[in-house]
Design a protein around this ligand. Sequence first.
Ligand SMILES: [Fe+2]
Length: 243
Amino acid sequence: MTDLDRRNLLCQGLAGLAAMGGRSLLLAEDAAPTDATLDVHNYQDFLDKKGIPQVAPAATWEQTHPDILGPYHVPGAPFRGKVTAPLAQGTPLVVRGRLWGFDTRKPITNAVLDVWQADHQGRYDMTDPRKPPAWHEFRNRIRLVTDETGYYEYETIRPAAYRAGRAVRPAHIHYMVQAPGYGKLITQLYFKGDPNIARDRSARQSNLLVAPQEKKVPGGTYQLATFDIVLARTAQASRKRRK
Ligand SMILES: [Fe+2]
């Protein structure tokens, strides 16, 4: 077989595989639509008759403080509501919040939040170069989309503090927030009472330290924290709004 023959064979094989992959994602022609059910949620509950939200951010109407990106961000994490693997060690934690526009004082819908963190021993998935994660693995990393009321929620475990050079970083969860018309915000969630905050320049600037509440459920307890984010518009978007 010549090189040209081999190349043709390879191309045909790949084309066949691609076609199979595409076909496997097609809905069967005879599939019937699933019957719709009545909507049992009323997402308008927290709006008044003029559509003005009757709730406010957990902290104040200040723009959420920007923070350092750090070396551990990996783009392209999957969209899901659970950060850690099932039964991951650590204190179970649910974080919820709402994304707000600083200018409009209204929730921002359909924004994308990147969330990533260390585990219960303060380690990221790529901290140990001898055991790097596989390319498709996103351990302790997710993306979320805010709903029609700007709300988001995820389940995880409380991360631990970790050493970074000679300093100790207080326990934190990283966020990257992106919404059309608003500036990209990179920030971090810190926990009230963490003794390492006072010695950490980034954490000291935080205008919202979360204080998780202990919640009892059958079979155990978990912690619940609220982390609302207030976004500033981009300069370009602000100019457009003034016109
Ligand atoms: Fe970090």
